[in-house]
Write a protein that binds this ligand. Sequence first.
Ligand code: GDP
Ligand code: IMO
Ligand code: MG
Length: 434
Amino acid sequence: MGKNIVILGTQWGDEGKGKIIDLLSPYAHYVVRFQGGHNAGHTLVVNGHKTILHLLPSGLLHEHVIGIIGNGVVLSPVDLMNEINMLKEQGVCVKDRIIISEAAPLLLSYHIAMDKAREKIIDKNINLVIGTTGRGIGPVYEDQVARRALHIGDLKNIKCFSTYLKKNIDYYNFLLSNYYHEETINYDNVIKNILEIRSDLLSMTKDVPEILNMACKNNHTVIFEGAQGTFLDIDHGTYPYVTSSNCTAGGVCSGSGIGPLSINYILGVTKCYTTRVGLGPFPTELFDEIDLHFFNVGKELGSSTGRRRRTGWLDIVALRRSIKINSLSGLCMTKLDILDGLKNIKICIAYKLSNGIEITNTPFCINDWNDLTPIYKTIPGWMESTAGIKSFNLLPLAAQNYILEIERLVGISIDMISTGADRTETIILKNPCI
Ligand code: GDP
Ligand code: IMO
Ligand code: MG
C-alpha cells in the first residue's frame, strides 16, 4: 500500500532532513520538493562520501527514485543544470529522473542581484537586513505574489516570454540603479543563457498534480521533502526574519498539487539542540563553551553559504508549536551523538517575559520574540559515545531517558533517532513508510 509522507524541519532549518529523506527513499517511488529553492542545503553521507543537494530532491541517489520539483519551488535553471552535472560527475545520472512543474517560478540573475543589493549593510535604511543566503529567493517569491513571475512553462512561447522578461528586467534595473546604486542586468545575456538550456528544461516539465494523483491511484509511495524549517516559514516563523515560502505542512499541498486528505504521515525532524543561520530571534541561543561544543563537535557550518550557525539548547516551546501547526505524526531526533560528553543537558520548557509572566507558547510579533528568556529543565547527560548506535536499547541509559523525557514533554512519539551523519547511523523505532 503506497503512502504519502511529509518530512520537514521543526526548527530553523538544517535539522538533518536530507539524511532522513535519503535514508527512507528506498521505500519511495517519488521524492517531491514543494517549496524553497537553492537556498536549501541538504547533506547526504553514504559510506563516508558527502553530497550536498540544494535544489534536487534528496532521494535521487537511489536509482529508482523520481525527483519532482513542484510549483512551490523557485527554480534557478543555471543552478539546476549545475547540480545535475555535479551528480553526473559522481556517476549518478538524474536528468531522466527529474520532473518539474510547468508552474515553478524561474529564479534569474536579477533576483540574485536584488537580494544581494538589499543585504548590503549600507542599504539598511531602505530595507531590513535579514542575513539571507543571497540567492534571490525573496525577490522571486515577491514576483510570484505580485503576479509578474515567469514560469518554466512560459518558455514554450518564447516570443511572449521574451516580452515579459524584458519588462521584468527593466523594472529590476530601475530599482537596482536608482535605489541601490548597483550595476544593472543585461537583458541579452539573460535571454541568451536561458535559450541555451530551454529545451533541456522543457523536456523535464510535466503536469505534476496529475502525476501525484496517479501515484496515489497506483499505490506508489511519495515523500514530500521540506526545505528550511517551521520557524523560517513566511507566515508562522519569526517574521520578518524568515524565508519567503511556507515551509510548514500547509505548503505541501499548495506547492505540489496533492490534496490534504491524501497525506498519511508527517515526520518532524528536530536536532537535539538548536541552530540558526542568519539574523533573527533565537530564545535559547548560547554564547558560552556549550556553543563552542555544538559548533566544533556538531560541525555547525552552513551547508549552502558556509556561514557559522548560531547554536542553543533544544526549545520545547517552539517544538510544541511546530507539532501543532504541522500536524506532526512523529519526530525524528537528530545529532544525539553531539550531546555525548555533556555533564548536564538543558531543555527549554517555558519562556519568561520581561514583566515576569511565564508563557508556554511562541509569540507572533518580533518585539515579543525579542522579549523572551528561556526557562530550563536540566537533565543528566552521559559520558559514553552514542555515535553510530542503531538500536535504542544500546543507548546509554541517560540518553534513553533524555529521549523519553522529550517524548513526555511534547506528547508525540519519537519514531527515529539519528546518531551520526551517515545514512546507516540511525535508530528506526517506527518506519513512516511502512
Ligand atoms: P538539512 O538542511 O536539514 O538537510 O540539514 P543539513 O544537511 O544542512 O545539516 C545537517 C548536518 O548534520 C549535515 O552536516 C549532516 O551530515 C549532519 N548530520 C545529520 N544527522 C546527524 C547526526 O545524527 N549526527 C551527526 N554527527 N551529524 C548529523
Ligand atoms: P535547509 O533546507 C537554514 C535562512 C537564511 C536566512 C533566511 C532567509 O538547508 O534547512 P533566504 O535566502 O531564504 O531568503 O534567507 O532563511 N535559510 C536557511 N537556514 N537552512 C536552510 O535551508 C535555509 N534556507 C534559508 O539563512 O536567515
Ligand atoms: Mg541545510
